[in-house]
Each structure stands twice: as C-alpha cells, then as structure tokens.
Design a protein around this ligand. Structure first.
Ligand code: 13P
Length: 253
C-alpha cells in the first residue's frame, strides 16, 4: 500500500524565529508512530539549519527547487548534491510558481527531475492546469503533456523513486480547493498514464494533491482512493492546521 505523505511547502515565507516556533510545535505534537511521511520544504537559506534541527525526528526535509546542472559556473543556483549534503531527502520540481514566474518549461522541469535523481534526492514533480485550461476542457491534455515530458526523458522506471503532486493552478493560494471528485479524477488519470507503461510502478507511485488544502478539507480529499496525501502551502505555516492535516493523512487507512 502507498504510505500517505504530507508535504509542507513554505514557499518564500519564514524567518529563523518563525521557523523555530513552528517546528517546536510540530515536534511536540506530531506522533512519530503515525504511518505517514511528513516533509517540510523551507527556503534554501534555512535548509541546513532546519535539517540540523530535525535530525532524529520523524520530519524529513526537502528543497523547493534545484538546478538542472550538476555544478559549476551557474551563479545563484543550487546543485542537487549540495541539497543532499545539508540533509535534504526530496526536492520539488516544476512547481506552477516556477513555471509561471520563472518560465520553467516542461523540458527544464524534466532535466531538474533528472538532476534530483542523480543527486540521490526524491523529486516531487508538480503538474496541474490553469483555470483557463480547465474551462477549455484541457486538463487531461495539460497534465499528460507535463508528465509525458518527464516520462520521455527518464522513463517510467524513474517513478520508482519519485512522487507526483497534482496542483491545479486555480486552487493554489485561492482558498478554493478542487473538490475531492475533481482531484480523484485527475489522480486516476495520472495513474492510468503511468500504468500504460508499467502497472506495478503506477500502483506504487504516490500522487499528492495540492491547492488550498486545510484542516477542514484534508479528510475528504485524502479519503479519495488515489489521493495519497497533500502538498500544502499556506496551511503548512500554521502549526495547528498542519498538525490536523497530518492527522487526517494518518487516519487514511
Ligand atoms: P496553498 O496550499 O497555499 O494553496 O499552496 C499549494 C501549493 O502550491 C503547495 O505547493
């Protein structure tokens, strides 16, 4: 069975004081025996400190982005090996905010996915349609294209070590989450695309939902058969909310 996962993408939020306060509360409240993976994704500058602090706890850490290149003269970039070096286990690739504001295209996202794997990090591949694309009935076409770029470059076997996050752009930071049925339909579609290439890998791949996940909707979203947890933005900065979302994931099975 797929182990549920809750990922907290802090985006460009936090400070040493705020991170410390949030983590203190989570460390106190999260139950290490819960059968879930909990991962936080702080901004780059806080990774080493947060990783040190979380060592020996049940909370893992990941980065929000990675350079597609393994190292060298790329001012301002951070290599996968460096993320690994400071304690990261995972890295988000292709978040819609990277695609939108930094013009990351499918090919670059696929290269970042490969860089993560080469650096022994688990990529969390974000895919999802805009409101305009959904209203034009293009959701499946868009997520198939985004997923397909990675499949074409790395093959389905790469998904043995990857996580997919379906994040409809219209649901991110808007307070308007996809309904459980809408999320399930796309998760099922993604799993079927993977299954066309390898049924075993498709059945084992975790597909998270992201987009206005909160304590009040996590239970119904995670009750869907193909929703294996959440990639949480705003609510991951509020200890009570994040705790409740993790509890909902732990209650999933
Ligand atoms: P919100 O939970 O704030 O909508 O953000 C979702 C997200 O983009 C997580 O990566």
């Amino acid at each position: 069975m797929r182990r549920p996962m809750v990922a907290g993408n802090w985006k460009m939020h936090g400070s040493e004081a705020a991170n410390g306060a949030l983590l203190s509360e989570l460390e106190l409240r999260l139950q290490p025996e819960w059968p879930i993976d909990v991962v936080v994704f702080p901004p780059f500058v806080y990774l080493a400190e947060v990783a040190r602090r979380l060592r020996g706890t049940s909370i893992a850490i990941g980065a929000q982005d990675v350079c597609a290149e393994p190292g060298g003269a790329f001012t301002g970039e951070v290599a996968a090996t460096m993320l690994k070096d400071v304690g990261c286990a995972q890295v988000i690739v292709g978040h819609s905010e990277r695609r939108r504001w930094y013009h990351e295209d499918d090919a670059l996202v696929a290269r970042k996915f490969g860089a993560a794997l080469s650096g022994d990090l688990t990529p969390v591949l974000c895919i999802g349609e805009t409101l305009e694309e959904r209203e034009a009935n293009r959701t499946e076409e868009v997520v198939a294209r985004q997923l397909g770029a990675v499949l074409a470059m790395h093959g389905v076997a790469a998904f043995e070590r990857a996580i997919v996050a379906y994040e409809p752009v219209w649901a991110i930071g808007t307070g308007r989450n996809a309904s459980p049925e809408q999320a399930q339909a796309v998760h099922d579609f993604v799993r079927r695309r993977l299954a066309e290439q390898d049924a075993r890998i498709a059945a084992a791949t975790r597909i998270l939902y992201g987009g206005s996940v909160k304590a009040s909707n996590a239970g119904e979203l995670f009750a869907m058969p193909d929703v294996d947890g959440g990639l949480v933005g705003g609510a991951s900065l509020v200890a009570d909310e994040f705790y409740e979302i993790c509890a909902a994931a732990a209650a999933r099975h």
